[in-house]
Write a new protein. Sequence first.
Length: 247
Amino acid sequence: MIGVFDSGVGGLTVVKHILNKFNSDIVYLGDTARLPYGTKSSNTVIKYSLQSAEFLINLGVDAIVIACNTASSVAVEIVREKFDVPVFGVIEPAARYASKFKSVCVIGTESTVASGAYVRKIKKYNNDVEIEQRACPLFVPLVESGWIDDEITYMVAKRYLGNLNCDALILGCTHYPLLKNVIKTVTNDIELIDSGDTLTKTLDDYKDLFEGNGQLEFYTTDSKEKFAQLGRLFLGKRFNGVKLTDL
């Protein structure tokens, strides 16, 4: 059984990629009561990440996927040191893929951008890549409001990204894949790198951990009803039985 956690429902885009490749048994925790992580300090994100990981470990998971880019940027190594199971983050695989391009732009939350995690990882693989970072804090509330194909969303995207000049663009937040069509429109079809997609492509060496019966279990730290409503948008299907927990 795989444990996946995120600050909210956005990590379900990562779950969707996993399920497209593996028939995994997954328990998912969305810490919706304390989102967004993207505006929190590194120490706070680390504390929340350790609490989320411990919750999943207590449920008996065999591996943990940190679906949150913010948590992956500051907490993945600390979670690995704390718990004796494989721990996967979403930043390293996307950075490795991005390193083959001459120029890359990274968009994400304020915390992810400020951490410089993508820059360090990309440079680790190719020090010659030109990298630009931009925080896009309004994208998350727009997605969670359901304004996926709204005029306001296009206006915000154009304001953030209209003058981009790069070969590839990393979607450094799990909410952003829902805005792919919007982002492609305002960036003239720059290649988009989905961190959930690149993560899943690196899991072949661990496929025995990820195979199962396709059983899904969901936990949230706030409204079960809102989680289920938004979760359908992110996962692409209805699901019931969301459980409430307090970390």
